[in-house]
Each structure stands twice: as structure tokens, then as C-alpha cells.
Design a protein around this ligand. Structure first.
Ligand SMILES: C[S@@+](CC[C@H](N)C(=O)[O-])C[C@H]1O[C@@H](n2cnc3c(N)ncnc32)[C@H](O)[C@@H]1O
Length: 261
């Protein structure tokens, strides 16, 4: 293959974004310069990217970034790739409190930082804390921050000793350890995805410990697997009430919000 058009005709998976990445050209520029002949260096770089993509590397890890809500986030193989489903948590959180008042909000297991960074950017009055137990992940989240966010390292609430919040948000690992879908997710950190036999180990830990870290009338907001809502409602019922359930854009059960009793 010699020209951009040759590559466009090749049927290679993600060829347009791969060409854009290798040649630093927009989609429109690729079309406009479709008979441009790639030099040897460009061909070598593009062919390497194509090979990596064909062997399963997600495009976001090749480009090093992923869009989420209204922002672009740096991602590396140490961070989960942000999913559009998680935007639901942002919508629910932004609707919950007055934008102009001060609230303490915690993003537990922040990964690339999408939840804390997006909420902090939308509502700069709110005080954001973001945690993760992976230092590499937390470093990336820090690089993605646009506003002043407290980043704290540790295993779930061990990262926030003696701190309390008005809202705790988490998109924790929630996939069952023998789930066959994990085969398709092998490039992403398994510690961000898998949570014991039924996928609920981390959610249970968060629900059990959240009450000590919530202010009066505080809320817990969780993303979860499409088939976990009933069990999570049961787990929440001891210490929480006003439980609200939400579906994602594919009409699958995906999030749950509850207020401390
Ligand atoms: C499903 S990912 C979500 C990442 C990010 N919040 C998002 O929505 O893209 C779960 C995150 O929780 C972190 N995590 C997993 N187990 C943890 C633990 N025991 N304590 C703290 N963070 C943990 C992982 O490192 C990962 O970043």
C-alpha cells in the first residue's frame, strides 16, 4: 500500500483513526489528500499500529486518549478505558445538588479520573476527592485533572480515613471472575474489572463501609452490572433508603443511588 486511498480501501479495522493517528491528519484531511503517498517512516509506523490493533490492542491504548462527557482523558494500559455507560453517573450526580453550593464529593476507584475530573470541571464549587489503590492509575488521573482535586492512594476507604462526604460515587470492578466477556477485555487491568465469584465483592465492601464516611443525608451512587440490581438493593437496605435505580443508554440496569438512613 502506497497512498492514503490504498489504506482506506484495505478494509483494515479502524483504518481511518489509525491513519489519522499515524499521519496526524483529521478525517477530512485524509479524504482531501487521499492520493498522498506515505513515506517509508510513515508506512512503518502505520503498519505497526495496524498490527497492534489487529492483535486486539484497543484503539484508546494506541492513541493514548479517550473522550468522556465533554473532555478528553489520557489513558494508559494501567487505566480502564472510560465507558460511555459511566456518563450516567455524571448526569445523576450533577442533578443531585445545587451547582453553586459547596459539597464534598468522593470518587472511589477513580481510574483515569473521569468521574472526579468531569464533575470538578462542571461544578467547580464542589470539593472533589479521588482515590485508587494503584499509584500508576492515580498518577494518570492527576495528569487529567483540570481543577483542584485531592488524590489519595489506598484500598477503598482506607484512602480516606476520618473523612466524610455528601456524595460517594464509584464505578468499582463488578465482573464475575469466570465471566467469558473477560476474554475480550484482556488488554485492560483485571484489577479494574473483576470482583470475586459473583462480581459483588467490591460493591459489598463499599456499601458496608460507606455509612462511616457519609455526612447526614449523604448519598451513595454506584455503577453495577446489568444483572446485579436486586442483590445490591438488598445490600443497601440495611443502612440506606430512598433507593433509586437507573438504566443506561442501552436500557440495561446500570446505576443505583441511595441515601443514608
Ligand atoms: C471499573 S474501574 C473504574 C475506573 C474509573 N472510575 C472509570 O469509571 O473509568 C475500577 C477502578 O477501581 C480501582 N480499584 C479496584 N480495586 C480497588 C480497591 N480495592 N481500592 C481502591 N481502588 C480499587 C481500580 O484500580 C480501577 O481504577
Amino acid at each position: 500500500m502506497v497512498t492514503i486511498q490504498d489504506y482506506l480501501n484495505s478494509g483494515v479495522i479502524d483504518v481511518v483513526p489509525l491513519l489519522s493517528l499515524a499521519l496526524n491528519k483529521s478525517h477530512a484531511q485524509l479524504i482531501a489528500y487521499h492520493d498522498y503517498q506515505l513515506n517509508n517512516e510513515e508506512k512503518t509506523q502505520l503498519n505497526q499500529l495496524i498490527k497492534q490493533r489487529q492483535t486486539g490492542t484497543p484503539f484508546a491504548y494506541l492513541s493514548g486518549k479517550k473522550g468522556f462527557y465533554h473532555l478528553d482523558f489520557k489513558v494508559t494500559p494501567n487505566t480502564l478505558i472510560p465507558r460511555p455507560e459511566t456518563e450516567l453517573l455524571i448526569d445523576i450526580a450533577l442533578d443531585l445538588f445545587d451547582k453553586n453550593q459547596i459539597y464534598e464529593v468522593l470518587d472511589l476507584g477513580t481510574g483515569s479520573g473521569i468521574i472526579a475530573v468531569t464533575i470538578g470541571d462542571k461544578n467547580p464549587q464542589w470539593c472533589l476527592t479521588a482515590t485508587d489503590f494503584s499509584i500508576d492509575t492515580l498518577n494518570i488521573a492527576q495528569q487529567n485533572a483540570k481543577t483542584n482535586i485531592k488524590f489519595q492512594l489506598g484500598n477503598w476507604f482506607e484512602a480516606t480515613p476520618n473523612q466524610t462526604f455528601d456524595l460517594i460515587i464509584s464505578n468499582p470492578p463488578y465482573i464475575k471472575q469466570d465471566d467469558l466477556h473477560l476474554n475480550d477485555l484482556s488488554f485492560e487491568p483485571q484489577s479494574a474489572l473483576v470482583s470475586g465469584k459473583n462480581g459483588l465483592d467490591d460493591i459489598r465492601t463499599i456499601i458496608d463501609n460507606a455509612p462511616q464516611h457519609l455526612n447526614k443525608k449523604g448519598y451513595l451512587l454506584l455503577e453495577h452490572g446489568f444483572d446485579q440490581q436486586q442483590e445490591i438493593t438488598q445490600l443497601l437496605s440495611h443502612n440506606f433508603f430512598k433507593i433509586q435505580k437507573f438504566k443506561d443508554y442501552n436500557h440495561r440496569n446500570r446505576a443505583i443511588l441511595a441515601q443514608i438512613k
